[in-house]
Design a protein around this ligand. Structure first.
Ligand code: HEC
Length: 184
């Protein structure tokens, strides 16, 4: 009896494994990319927030459009590198100030002039793997977690890019980063 119960458990597990492998295999790259973007937190920083009943929540009408261009910020507080509080952000989590200066979450929508419209898949994969702006130029600044995203498989990175091509393009010009005070 005990052996039979163990066999049933193995059978159940095998069916589960086959089913989840089947679901992954049958997902299109766009569906897979949508799923990955949802679970890996891209919206946390790249989708601005509006105030809902429980505080800030993603503003899905501006899905992945980055730091809102019409949001005018004063200069950030003068943080001391050695102080226990070293990094500040806006309630929208789209602008960040720290030892690297001020960084603004990029517009990931396919808009041609202000988003990833002119990017190729290769540029996106290189940017995420090497931490270089557009895959080749200046270092991508914190808190963009490219070091974690770099660990994704090629297929997953390409799936994210495929999904980003399908979201509504939003015209939103995100400012360039501001270097740390004293380094200009
Ligand atoms: C903790 C906040 C945060 C999270 C989470 C995050 N990003 Fe970013 N991301 C940023 C910031 C800030 C920048 C701008 C960095 C800069 O200007 O150097 C950025 C920049 C980018 C860029 C532009 C890079 C370039 O070459 O200029 C891409 C593409 C990008 N993020 C994709 C993603 C994707 C895809 C995810 C989810 C898998 C993600 N980000 C998650 C904060 C974040």
């Amino acid at each position: 009896m005990r052996i039979r119960a163990a066999c049933l458990d193995v059978l159940r597990l095998s069916v589960l494994a086959i089913t989840s492998a089947f679901i992954v295999a049958c997902q299109s790259p766009v569906e897979r990319g949508k799923y990955l973007v949802a679970i890996t937190g891209c919206n946390d920083c790249h989708t601005t927030k509006k105030i809902g009943p429980n505080g800030p929540e993603p503003d899905m009408s501006k899905l992945l459009a980055g730091y809102p261009e019409d949001f005018k910020l004063p200069a950030p507080p003068n943080l001391q590198p050695a102080a226990p509080w070293g990094i500040v952000t806006t309630p929208t989590l789209t602008a960040w100030s720290g030892p690297w200066g001020v960084s603004f979450a990029a517009n990931l929508t396919p808009d041609q002039n202000t988003g990833l419209g002119i990017w190729t898949e290769e540029m996106f994969v290189n940017a995420m793997r090497k931490g270089k702006h557009m895959g080749i130029s200046r270092p991508i600044l914190p808190p963009m977690p490219w070091q974690d995203i770099a660990a994704m498989s090629d297929a997953d990175l390409k799936a994210i890019f495929a999904y980003l091509r399908t979201i509504p393009p939003i015209v939103n010009h995100v400012p360039d980063p501001i270097p740390p005070t004293g380094s200009e």
